[in-house]
Design a protein around this ligand. Structure first.
Ligand code: ADP
Length: 494
């Protein structure tokens, strides 16, 4: 037997269409087989009838021709994809041929092998129809088969007679339809199940394919991003190196410049101070009053310039990472006294009162570099005096619960605009207040102050309201039981 490869269902096909497709292929095989069998039967009948001298060969020939015609019609319908029509043509040919044979024999006439075979061939046709068509159409086929079995032999007879072969044929047809319908419905369920599974698997495969594509795309994207990142890193590394080199160069330059400037400046300050304060150095010849004001200006400007140079030197050291901070336990009282005295002298004739806001038990010792703590406080104090015309400057402090001491310097000066409150801690940045003041200022004091505090593990921040005043807070860690002096490299910088 020839096996036809099972058709492959395409996506979106329903199980009925798929079943029809399978059946159509079976039918194509079936009509060819039928035609071949009919040819064989013809040949056999011709041989037998010629040798035995039997009549009725004509009926058999007609029946055979009808079957063959049905087969060709079937092929034609199949070619046009008219499946139901093809089955109808195939079954119709067979039914008609059997009907012709049964009619030719008649009922009650002496039976030939032909008539018996014809009656029993009906269940075979019904079986084929049931297997090839859905149940409803199969039942029509059954009805036609039964009708042929009963009517064909009785055509032209006075009364309808049903013999045992007819009854056997009808019973066989009923039995065949029952079994075949059951079998076909099972096959249909199996087909449906396998088709669904196939469709599911195909969908899954498609999804997997899409996912794989997506993964591939995101891999490519990631690769190009990582390439970009790598290039950016290389560029960043290069610019970091350039920045470090520039900083180093700037530090070196500032250090040299400051050093070179300080020597003549010390002479200017020293001589102007001697001229103002020590006439004995000039054989007690007092400085003429006409010069005093100008020499005082030279002296003051020299001091301001020296402060600026010292700041620049500190900045250079910060750049080079060589700012010295020697950490030890520091009592704050002497520093407060010095700062208060300096504040009083800086205030001069301004109507400003200096206030101390300290706890009655005093402040505990802190951990830091005493000179640098003093430098921090003097920076903040000189700013407070510089930006306050009247009112109070308050020095305060308290011990915090978190193991720190918080110190503050509050003034009733011009205050700092909101947008300046962060930037004034950057190098060479002055706030609106500083620019308005027009006084000598480099914008370095707070930057150095913040850096010094970081070196001593402290923090600085401020609260200010323009027109009302500012408060600068800073913290220092409480003194350690045994604090060792540390070199700058050991000090943690943030
Ligand atoms: P400068 O040498 O300009 O004072 P600083 O770094 O010490 O540099 O201060 C930066 C800026 O911060 C000042 O120019 C000023 O605008 C502002 N500032 C600092 N302290 C005060 C203050 N107590 N009151 C008002 N403005 C202040």
């Amino acid at each position: 037997m020839v096996t036809t490869p099972a058709p492959t269902p395409t996506q979106g096909e329903n199980p009925t269409a798929f079943a029809d497709q399978v059946r159509a292929e079976r039918l194509a095989l079936l009509w060819k087989l039928t035609a071949a069998i009919v040819f064989l039967v013809f040949w056999a009948l011709l041989v037998i009838s010629t040798s035995a001298g039997l009549a009725r060969v004509g009926d058999t020939l007609i029946a055979g021709i009808v079957v063959i015609a049905g087969c060709f019609l079937t092929a034609a319908f199949l070619n046009r994809n008219r499946y139901t029509w093809a089955v109808a043509a195939y079954a119709g040919g067979l039914y008609l041929a059997i009907g012709i044979l049964l009619y030719a024999e008649g009922v009650g006439v002496a039976r030939t092998a032909q008539s018996g075979l014809a009656a029993l061939a009906l269940p075979c046709v019904v079986l084929a129809v049931t297997l090839l068509l859905p149940l409803r159409e199969a039942l029509v086929g059954l009805a036609i088969g039964i009708a042929i079995a009963i009517i064909a032999p009785n055509l032209g007879q006075p009364a309808i007679v049903i013999n045992s072969i007819q009854i056997a044929s009808i019973l066989l047809m009923l039995f065949t339809v029952g079994i075949a319908a059951q079998f076909a419905s099972e096959m249909y369920s199996i087909t449906e199940w396998s088709l669904r599974s196939y469709q599911k698997e195909r969908q899954l495969k498609d999804q997997l394919f899409d996912t794989q594509q997506e993964i591939q795309r995101s891999y490519m994207r990631q690769k190009s991003l990582s390439d970009e990142l790598q290039n950016a890193n290389v560029a960043l590394e290069a610019s970091r190196a350039a920045e470090a080199e520039a900083k180093n160069f700037r530090g070196q330059f500032l250090a040299n410049m400051s050093h070179e400037l300080r020597t003549p400046l010390n002479a200017i300050i020293g001589f102007s101070e001697t001229m103002l304060k020590y006439p004995m150095m000039y054989q007690n010849v007092a400085l003429p009053e006409a010069y005093r004001h100008d020499i005082q200006l030279v002296y003051n400007s020299g001091k301001t310039l020296l402060q600026l140079i010292n700041d620049i030197l500190d900045l250079a050291k910060i750049d080079a990472g060589r700012l010295d901070v020697l950490i030890e336990n520091v009592p704050l009282e002497p520093i407060f006294n010095t700062v208060k005295a300096t504040a009083t002298s800086l205030i001069g004739s301004k109507p400003i009162t200096v206030v101390l806001e300290l706890p009655p038990e005093g402040l505990p010792e802190v951990s830091g570099d005493p000179l640098r703590i003093q430098q921090v406080m003097l920076n903040l104090t000189s700013n407070a005096v510089k930006f306050t015309q009247q009112g109070t400057i308050t020095f305060g402090g308290r011990r915090e619960a978190n193991g720190e001491v918080c110190l503050w310097i509050r003034d009733t000066g011009i205050g700092i605009a909101e947008q300046d409150q962060e930037t004034i801690f950057e190098e060479f940045k002055q706030g609106e207040s500083g620019r308005r003041q027009g006084s000598a200022g480099s914008g370095l004091g707070l930057a150095i102050t913040r850096h010094l505090l970081r070196l001593m593990n402290g923090r600085i921040w401020l609260e200010s309201e323009p027109g009302k005043g500012s408060t600068f807070y800073f913290t220092l860690p409480l003194a350690q039981p045994e604090t060792q002096a540390q070199t700058p490299d050991q000090v943690s910088t943030t």
